[in-house]
Design a binder for this molecule. Structure first.
Ligand SMILES: Cc1cc2nc3c(=O)[nH]c(=O)nc-3n(C[C@H](O)[C@H](O)[C@H](O)COP(=O)(O)OP(=O)(O)OC[C@H]3O[C@@H](n4cnc5c(N)ncnc54)[C@H](O)[C@@H]3O)c2cc1C
Length: 393
């Protein structure tokens, strides 16, 4: 009787979002045995504004041009719908994508690099042994030397292992809206931000190739009475969204990053949203999904080459290289959301402030630097604001 030896993977990655796909790509590329287990069938819809910042694109390990939809080369700032600023920025700060095709593109790159994927296989149980991890799914049981939870903000991996039990999350709600060709032209390649759309949060309009993505982000754990109503009000206040013809709204949580946590347990690590790594100011999570995948890949490669398994250095690196910056983002968020009307007016009237804000989104400044520069430049920002004579949109 012949016994077939069960394949042991170097790493099993749970979740084929950007964090999981990029980690899979990086490790498969160096010849490791990589398995991705994904709950959904791909491509799957993901509730998201689809803003992929310049710094994210730069940090991806391969060219994603074919997956990028529209360039954001200008910003519109409104307050409770009233126009304050419409400006082109010196250099595009983001691209706008539909997440189903963007994420699918990333996963295809991982598969081309040699990773394996099993779709429709939600993780149900995890057994950790000193030398390996076994993952149980409805598609069978799989064994790996390491395991990565890249399964999003409601991470089953974290829950099954009792990790990040008191995570802080905000909430966002989004609608994909078809508007007239005239309204599409009017929005053009401008991304709209409205810090008056909701207390402690903002509303956005991001143009996609044939429609607009519109949403509201509530950047705090505090309850909002009705986020759908806030989004409807935001839509009603924006002239470009006059008479939209499709209004399916979907909500989801966004991690409020900036809190130091332990992000490993035994041979398992968490990354991306599962590790609660998103910016608590604008809710950007894609950059941190990719950044944490890069750190995870380096750590796993090193540990495997040394025959070691202690993931402590992973937690340390994520905390010092990412969470520390997200803690500075919290300070910026507190400032902007405490004085939203005042902050919006400063952005609309000071070119220095515009440079700092769009530059931070783009990745020209870290959150640490932008906090410092804002303080240092406040007298000049003030001066620009009170002596402003430029044109309004
Ligand atoms: C409304 C909204 C708007 C947003 N807009 C932006 C934006 O414009 N720009 C930006 O940068 N960020 C934005 N974000 C945040 C961004 O979507 C996340 O930070 C990002 O998706 C995190 O990527 P990830 O790979 O960690 O997780 P995800 O993208 O959530 O991927 C997790 C994957 O794991 C799979 N999975 C889940 N459970 C299991 C399981 N048990 N077993 C197997 N697989 C599982 C899921 O199906 C999914 O494919 C937004 C979020 C929301 C809610």
């Amino acid at each position: 009787m012949s016994h077939q030896t069960k394949k042991i993977y170097d790493i099993i990655i749970v979740g084929a979002g950007p964090a999981g796909a990029v980690l899979a790509y990086l490790l498969a590329k160096i010849g490791l045995r990589v398995l991705i287990l994904e709950k959904a069938r791909l491509p799957r819809y993901k509730t998201c504004g689809g803003g992929v910042t310049y710094k994210t694109v730069e940090n991806l390990p391969f060219d994603v041009t074919p997956a990028l939809n529209k360039e954001a080369s200008g910003g519109i700032v409104t307050f409770e719908g009233a126009p304050l600023l419409k400006t082109l920025v010196k250099r595009p700060f983001a691209w706008l994508v539909m997440r189903d095709s963007f994420d699918h593109f990333l996963t295809q790159e991982a598969l081309r690099a040699g990773a394996e994927l099993i779709e429709a296989s939600p993780v149900e149980r995890i057994d950790q042994q000193p030398d390996y991890v076994t993952v149980h799914t409805n598609a069978g049981n799989f064994t790996g030397l390491f395991m990565a939870g890249a399964d999003g903000v409601n991470s089953t991996v974290a829950r099954l292992l009792g990790m990040l039990q008191s995570r802080e999350v905000g909430t966002a709600i989004e609608a994909e809206i078809e508007v007239s060709p005239h309204a599409m032209d009017e929005q053009g390649q401008f991304a709209t931000f409205d810090f008056g759309a909701i207390p402690h949060g903002y509303g956005w309009i991001f143009p996609k190739s044939d429609h607009l993505s519109v949403g509201i982000y509530h950047a705090t754990t505090g309850k909002v009475s009705d986020l759908r109503q806030s989004l409807q009000h935001f839509i009603d206040c924006q002239p470009v969204l006059n008479q939209p013809c499709q209004l399916s709204m979907r909500g989801h949580q966004i991690p409020l990053g900036g809190v130091f946590n332990t992000l490993h347990q035994g041979r398992v690590l968490l990354l991306g949203d599962a590790a609660n790594l998103a910016d608590p100011w604008l809710g950007e999570g894609l950059y941190y999904a990719v950044a944490s995948a890069r750190i995870a890949a380096t750590v796993i490669e090193e540990l495997l080459s040394q025959g070691q398994a202690d993931l402590k250095c992973y937690t340390q690196r994520i905390n010092s290289e990412i969470v520390q910056q997200l803690a500075y983002a919290r300070r910026l968020a507190n400032l902007v959301y405490q004085f939203p009307r005042y902050g919006s007016h400063l952005i609309s009237k000071s070119s220095l402030m515009q440079n700092l804000i769009f530059g931070t989104i783009r990745g020209d400044y870290t959150f640490d630097a932008v906090n410092r520069l804002l303080l240092q430049s406040m007298p000049r920002i003030w001066w620009q604001a009170i002596s402003y004579g430029g044109s309004q949109p």
